[in-house]
Design a protein around this ligand. Structure first.
Ligand code: KE4
Length: 420
């Protein structure tokens, strides 16, 4: 029953494009109308019609501790008591910057922004300034936010909607980006042989979440590190999704790679709008007002988002056991899938691809049966399990997901496949 959601969608579409403030929320990838959410608590959300769900979207990654964890709610209450925004430096921003730098050794300096898109846009501008070069290399199926020049063969909502390459991006911008197959070291080597002296940076999701979850093949990240170093390009790890999720130090800690720049978001905001970019001190020192690379933001480092982010990072630092729990519970979900379904998982990021697989890049991800995924999605939704509404997205498990949540979800997954 979702009469109120349906009515709200009709109403929303009069004043908001598609009725949503981010395309993937519109369920275009799975059909049907999205439930409008009324509230969340721990691992559950309730829609405006009173339906309850176990939430595996978790706001697309930020809610590593689930909805309204007490530590973050308390930090927000405390911050609210002293103001919401000053547009001036505050001590807590320094504490969050220091916490990020302490957690991720490659990040010697960091700048807070308001979204992952701002982070990747700024990191790319910085890399171009530092190298004096224009070209960027990205990978098909990876999504780095809606940065004009990076909306080339992108993943996430672009892949979900099947938009070849978004309208409104001038050819000249798109031509500064080279898109290569993920997990293809030879393609990268050939590209550097041809364009190496013009490449400012390689930007990569070290564990892809935006074509669905696709781990790096052994040696792939190492190849990116070696080639960028040898040709004088910068390696940017886009850890907006993986940062503090696949490990406290992010994917770079998990795979032992030291990028030149790292972009962050999601978890470091604890559910409020925060992004960040950081890395080598000699590179970051070019950022205004210390250097000539301009980047700014009215609400960058705002007290509420920083308070939530700081509470999140401090909790994770004090409770490292969270990561073992996330691994174990997400592995239980993975085990529920039958043969013929490819389950890719890294930590608490997981995707059920409806293809025998393996799924190692965008081409193999696209072989998935989207109609079958949509059927699975709605079968699960009708039974109270809220998965990402797209074959090309990662699902997320939080520390709030209980053994019972996981067991019930796994049972539903097994029942779906046993019945068809
Ligand atoms: P935002 O601008 O949405 O905060 O971050 C952009 C971004 C950058 N880099 C990576 C690796 C990302 O995953 C994202 C955003 N992720 C999507 C989920 N696939 C956000 C969900 C949405 O677009 O509504």
């Amino acid at each position: 029953m979702n009469a109120r959601s349906k009515a709200l969608l009709d109403r929303a579409q009069q004043s908001i494009p598609g009725g949503v403030n981010s395309p993937v929320r519109a369920f275009r990838g799975v059909g049907g109308a999205p439930p409008f959410i009324a509230r969340g608590q721990d691992s559950h959300i309730w829609d405006v019609d009173g339906n309850e769900y176990v939430d595996y979207v978790c706001s697309w990654g930020p809610l590593l501790l689930g909805h309204r964890p007490p530590e973050i709610v308390a930090a927000l209450d405390q911050a609210l008591a002293t103001g919401t925004s000053f547009g001036a430096p505050t001590e807590r921003e320094v504490e969050l910057a220091e916490a990020i730098c302490a957690a991720i050794p490659s990040v010697e300096m960091v700048r807070l922004v308001n979204s992952g898109t701002e982070a990747t846009m700024s990191a790319l501008r910085l890399a171009r300034a530092y190298t004096g070069r224009d070209l960027a290399v990205k990978f098909e199926g990876c999504y780095h936010g809606h940065v004009d020049s990076l909306l080339v063969k992108a993943g996430s909502g672009i892949a979900t909607l099947g938009i070849p390459d978004t309208a409104g991006v001038p050819r000249a911008f798109a031509d500064t980006t080279i898109a290569l197959p993920f997990n293809s070291p030879q393609a990268v080597a050939d590209c550097f042989e041809r364009h190496g002296d013009q490449i400012a940076a390689v930007i990569v999701e070290p564990v892809v979440g935006n074509m669905g979850c696709v781990p790096p093949a052994p040696g792939f990240l190492e190849t990116l590190r070696e080639l960028t170093a040898s040709y004088g390009a910068l390696l940017i790890f886009d850890e907006v999704m993986t940062g503090f999720r696949v490990a406290f130090g992010g994917a770079q800690a998990r795979y032992g790679i030291r990028p030149d720049l790292t972009t962050l978001g999601k978890v470091i905001g604890g559910g409020l709008p925060v992004g960040a970019y950081g890395g080598r001190r000699d590179v970051m020192s070019l950022v205004a007002p210390a250097g000539p690379v301009y980047q700014a933001g009215t609400l960058s480092g705002n007290p509420l988002a920083v308070a939530a982010g700081l509470a999140m990072l401090r909790y994770l630092q004090a409770h490292p056991e969270v990561y073992a729990q996330l691994e174990a519970r997400t592995a239980q979900l993975a085990a529920a899938a039958p043969n013929g379904i490819t389950v890719n998982r890294v930590g608490s990021m997981i995707t059920f691809f409806f293809t025998p697989g393996p799924v190692t890049d965008w081409e193999s991800a696209q072989r998935s049966d989207r109609a079958r995924f949509a059927e699975f999605f709605h079968w699960m939704l009708d039974r109270g399990f809220y998965l990402p509404p797209s074959q090309f997205e990662a699902a997320f498990v939080s520390a709030a997901h209980s053994e019972q949540d996981i067991e019930r979800t796994a049972a539903a997954i097994r029942e779906f496949f046993s019945a068809r």
